[in-house]
Design a protein around this ligand. Structure first.
Ligand code: HEM
Length: 406
């Protein structure tokens, strides 16, 4: 097989048929780093469900990742820092046990099922309000006009960030996607560092205000969560930034891809409308077919034999969640949308210790948003051919224009 190239035009146009070729012919593939110039000691791509799931749960693989760029760095003065990576190293996803265990326990305590359940009425009210506002137009963009404002406003409410600041949050979050995706340049990195300074100062002010006057929000709960080992201010602010970002970018992609899949499959749309109790299982199926996080990376902490090859200590492995989720060894008729599919043990939320903290919130939001879109105002059709983002790790629709059928 030729070297897997995440920036190849054919792959961008149709990742799933490329995944099929590798799954069949070279499921454990030694290739080039996805970020050009990243440390080149050996980079692996895993395409099969069994291998991806095994590595996600294997403590011999970890998340010790750092900055990697595609050109030599510009000269820096001694005072210059890398604020983005300073902040990122506190994120749950960047930690290993025992730090990961401590932080995850704190987050689990502040972000309970009860908290998510309590948000359901707000999600429905906000979605309804948006749809009513859009109802006057015969045509709108599901991404920009519905999924983004809905998910941003809900995560802001949950964390305790004022609704008037959503535009700023959206722009900061887009910068984080650019930095964390695999193709980044020094310009992107510089923007990431500027964003970090602004975002950190902004969250710092909100955190200080909550310390003085507690409220019923996640910032306040995180401030009081770890009595024995409380979060430092730096940690708290980094975690709030992580949650604001993680809490909507991927869910936007879930909602818009779900809408596209339903519009492309009228029989499944009819079933979705007729059987509201299928909402959660439908969301799982949307996540399986168009995983908003297509890939995640681990570093081998020991030599590990896999699929007849050996991944050496220090080498990296990119796990193609999007390929694993269409593996016919696990999912029958794997490319077909079946909103009632059972079981559906997809890997779109990961697996193992880093399993997505926000999975229940994402499933609740996706189900409510799509149900209201198609129940409240039926009769939509695609207005334009949709286009997908250029990023590789995060995959979503740039826009999804729909219109009322005459
Ligand atoms: C459809 C929506 C979502 C998808 C597809 C998604 C996907 C994922 C995946 C694949 C991981 C694991 C990555 C890895 O192991 O390398 C993850 C972790 C995480 N997600 Fe999500 N996510 C979604 C929504 C959310 C939401 C709504 C939140 C927060 C409100 C959130 C917060 C997190 C956090 C904090 C982690 C790190 C957990 C840890 O390291 O222990 N995610 N997510």
């Amino acid at each position: 097989m030729k070297t897997f190239d995440v920036f190849d035009a054919a792959f961008r146009a149709d990742p799933y048929s490329v995944y099929t070729q590798y799954r069949r012919h070279e499921p454990v593939h030694r290739g080039r780093p996805p970020t050009p110039g990243d440390h080149d000691s050996g980079w692996w791509y895993l395409f099969r469900y069994a291998d991806v799931a095994a590595v996600l749960k294997d403590p011999r693989f970890g998340r010790a990742i750092g900055p990697a760029l595609d050109e030599p760095p510009p000269p820096v003065s001694a005072e210059e820092r890398e604020p983005f990576w300073d902040m990122y190293r506190h994120w749950t996803l960047a930690l290993e046990p025992p730090e990961h265990t401590r932080q995850r326990a704190l987050l689990n305590r502040a972000f309970t099922t009860r908290v998510v359940e309590a948000l359901r009425p707000s999600i429905a009210a906000r979605a309804t309000e948006l749809l009513d506002g859009l109802g006057a137009h015969g045509r709108f963009d599901v991404v920009a006009d519905y999924a983004f404002p809905l998910t941003l406003s809900i995560i802001a409410e949950l964390i305790g960030v004022p609704q008037r600041d959503l535009a700023r949050l959206k722009s900061w979050s887009a910068t984080i996607v650019a930095v964390l995706d695999y193709k980044r340049t020094w310009d992107v990195m510089a923007a990431g560092n500027r964003m970090t300074d602004e975002f950190t100062a902004y969250m710092g002010e909100i955190a200080a205000a909550r310390r003085a006057q507690p409220a019923n929000d996640l910032i306040t709960r995180l401030q009081s969560a770890g009595v024995e080992e409380p979060l430092s201010d730096e940690e708290l602010i980094s975690l709030c930034i992580m949650l604001l970002f993680a809490g909507h970018e991927t869910t936007v992609n879930l909602i818009s891809a779900g809408a596209l899949l339903l519009l492309e499959n009228p029989d499944q749309l009819a079933l979705f409308r007729a059987r509201p109790e299928l909402a959660d299982s439908a969301v799982d199926e949307f996540l399986r077919l168009h995983s908003p996080i297509q890939a995640t990376t681990r570093i081998a902490y020991a030599d590990v034999a896999l699929g007849g090859r050996v991944i050496r200590r220090g080498e990296s492995a990119t796990l193609l969640l999007g390929a694993a989720n269409r593996d016919p060894a696990v999912f029958s008729d794997a490319d077909r949308l079946d909103i009632a599919r059972q079981p559906n043990r997809h890997l779109a939320f990961g697996r193992g210790i880093h399993y997505c903290l926000g999975a229940p919130l994402a499933v609740a939001q996706g189900g409510i948003a799509l149900r209201l879109l198609f129940e409240r105002r039926p009769g939509w059709r695609l207005a334009d051919a949709p286009t997908w983002s250029e990023t590789f790790g995060f995959r979503g629709l740039n826009e999804l224009k729909i219109e009322r059928m005459k």
